[in-house]
Ligand binder design. Structure first.
Ligand code: HEC
Length: 110
């Protein structure tokens, strides 16, 4: 094992290669997954949102509406018009993750 002592660099690079993908994971990924499939019925069925590859046309296009997170959370908790409430289907944390995701993905908030 003296080889590693004399040449620690390859070991270091190997460690970086394995940890880098985790460190650079897409912060929007959890919200995107909720939007596309985990929330049932899926938001993508009814809403367009480019970031999620969603083209639903029953509800307003979120790319155009650009709702901030508070507005999304309100729609999720209470429902609005034809849209069902998700209060009993999503945890409070999921509602917040999803709300922040929609706000950021639609360009309403950073
Ligand atoms: C069954 C279809 C349907 C599904 C599924 C659905 N929505 Fe909606 N959504 C609508 C409709 C229709 C409206 C417009 C309601 C109105 O203004 O009368 C709407 C409105 C909204 C609004 C705007 C609220 C406002 O204040 O004007 C947001 C934000 C939203 N939806 C987000 C979501 C998210 C996030 C999901 C997934 C958890 C979702 N929707 C799932 C149909 C849907």
């Amino acid at each position: 094992m003296r080889l590693w002592k004399r040449h620690p660099l390859p070991l270091f690079l190997l460690a970086v290669a394995f940890t880098a993908p985790v460190a650079h994971a897409d912060p929007l990924a959890p919200g995107r997954a909720l939007f596309k499939q985990s929330a049932v019925p899926a938001c993508a069925l009814c809403h367009a949102l480019k970031d999620a590859g969603a083209e639903g046309a029953i509800g307003p296009s979120l790319d155009e509406l650009k709702p901030d997170a508070a507005r999304v959370a309100k729609a999720l908790r209470n429902g609005i018009g034809q849209m069902p409430a998700y209060r009993d289907k999503l945890t409070e944390q999921q509602i917040e993750t999803l709300s922040r995701y929609v706000a950021r993905a639609s360009g309403a908030q950073r």
